[in-house]
Design a protein around this ligand. Sequence first.
Ligand SMILES: CC(C)(COP(=O)(O)OP(=O)(O)OC[C@H]1O[C@@H](n2cnc3c(N)ncnc32)[C@H](O)[C@@H]1OP(=O)(O)O)[C@@H](O)C(=O)NCCC(=O)NCCS
Length: 253
Amino acid sequence: MLPVECLTILSNPVEASSSPSLLLYPFLPRSPFLQTLPSHTHNHSTNYTLHKLKMEQSQEEPTKKPPPPLRSSPPAIILRRFEPSPSDATTLFSWASDPRVTRFLRRGPVPDSDAALRYITDHILPHPWYRAICVPPSDTPVGSISIKPGPVQEKNTRFRSASVGYRLAHAHWGRGIATAALRAVAAAAAFAEWLQLDRLKAVADVENLASQRVLEKAGFRREGVLRKYVRLKGEETRDVVMYSLLSTDDTNE
Ligand SMILES: CC(C)(COP(=O)(O)OP(=O)(O)OC[C@H]1O[C@@H](n2cnc3c(N)ncnc32)[C@H](O)[C@@H]1OP(=O)(O)O)[C@@H](O)C(=O)NCCC(=O)NCCS
C-alpha cells in the first residue's frame, strides 16, 4: 500500500449549508481539484480546517490514476472565528501593533489590548466574513483574513464581487501561510458562501511585493495599477495594484 498525501478543507454544514466540504490538492489549480466530500460534523461554524488526509492507493486497482505529485507541502492552517476574549485580544494586539504589519494597511497600529478587544467586538464580529489564521496544533491567531462582499449592484441585490484582505504576524512571514489562507478562502469560502459571486478582488500597494506575490501564487490575476487609490492612515494617498480572481478563471494556465 503506497500512502499518498493530500489536503482537505472542511467546512461546517450547519451555518454554511451551501458550502460543501472540499478536497484541495496543494499548490495546484483551484477548480479541477475541488471535490465534494461527505457531510462533516466539525464543531466550528464556517471554519475551514486544512489538515492532512492519508489516502491509500490500492495495489488491487493498478489502473486507478493516482493524484498528481505534490510540488511542495503548504503549511497546515486553521481559519476560525475570533472570540471577544482577553486571549484573542492580547494576541491580536501582539501583531496588529507592529508597524511592519500595518505599513501598507489603512489602519495604523493597534495601541493596546483594550483597543484590540474593542476592534474584535466592534469591527470583526459584525463583519460578514472575518477569520483568524491559526497554525495547528495551536489555536492562537497568527494573522487574519477577511472577505467583504459588495457593493450591491443596482436592480440586483445579490453580491457579484467581494474584497479580500489579510495580514500575518511578522514572525510567521515567508512560510507560505498567507498563500495557504488565501487559497483556502478563494477556493472554499467566497464562491461557495456567496453563490452569485463573479469576482474576488484585492489591492496591494505598489511597494508591497510580498502581498502581490501571495496573490499571484493564489491564482489571482494582475489587472493594473490604480493611481492614488488608497489613503494610508490619513496621510499619503498611494498607488495600488488591482488583482482579481473570477469564478470562471481557469487557474491551470
Ligand atoms: C503580505 C503577507 C500577508 C505575506 O504573508 P506570508 O505568509 O509571508 O506570504 P507567503 O509566505 O505565502 O508568500 C510570500 C511571497 O512573497 C515573496 N516576498 C516576500 N518579500 C518579498 C519582497 N520584498 N519582494 C519580492 N517578493 C517577496 C516571498 O519570497 C514569497 O514568494 P515565494 O513563495 O515565491 O518565494 C505578510 O507579509 C504580511 O502580513 N504583511 C503585512 C500586511 C499586509 O501587507 N497585508 C496585505 C495587504 S494587501
